[in-house]
Design a binder for this molecule. Sequence first.
Ligand code: GLU
Length: 305
Amino acid sequence: MNEILDEIIYENRKYLCEGQVASYIPELKNGNKDALGIYITTLEGKEYFGGDYYTKFTIQSISKIITLALAIMDNGIEYVFSKVGMEPTTEAFNSIVDLEMKNLNKPLNPMINAGAIAISSMIKGDTSEEAFSRVLDFVRKLSGNEELDLNYNVYVSEKKTGNRNRSLAYFMKSTGVIENDVEAVLDVYFKQCSIEVTCKDLSKIAAVFANNGVIPWTGERIIEKEVAQIVKTIMVTCGMYDGSGEFAVKIGLPAKSGVGGGILGVSPNKMGIGIVGPSLDKRGNSIGGVEVLKDLSQKLDLSIF
Ligand code: GLU
């Protein structure tokens, strides 16, 4: 299997030069454009890897699936979806236009920035530090990696320059979607995006979702089954930005990408997949990573459809 993975990585390195490393968060410019790697954790406990799987990067938007699960467990399904919708969008992940124009009075879904910021506001904790520390503990448990922490430079860079996110958040405060202090909510959001991981960590987190919320290596249920199912469904419809439809057709797996270059893919009841490839396409998805997942899905017949 490691040979198959190395071969898939080798075949798809050619796409990396067609993409760009994210630069709108200045610190992300330091991402390695040439890196492409994959890590797989099966539910039977086997692990496989290929390419530059040891590359570190920040989790960015992939954190949105984790906070969604936590917010639902903190507040219940009904409350969370009274504040954030479940519908995909054709706009970019940081778009403002849907917020006002769609007339829903709430962000379209929890995977775009507006929806994710609203979700961060629902994480329980007396202070924003406490809320973030619950998120970090949860990510550590899901990945089985107690060492995970935030990349401070990325966090500061994002906090300094995140004015688009700030405007989304203040708009939502004005409409009542966000009830607590906006800057405190944004702090949780910027920190959750800045957690540094490898694709091994992503594959472990994905394996928990593939196992419907039970940690495969301990047998402990950490996410309720219904919650894991909701998160996976929203990954299919909204996880790959405004490229989610094409991704579903070509790859057919619940997945979530982030502008740090990661993709987390879930093969239900089989395996968790983590990808790293900071060279991004126009939508913000790892350009090589999507191709790697396409080849893997075809070779192993992984499409859920
Ligand atoms: N921290 C990034 C932002 O808020 C996350 C975006 C992403 O990964 O899609 O802009």
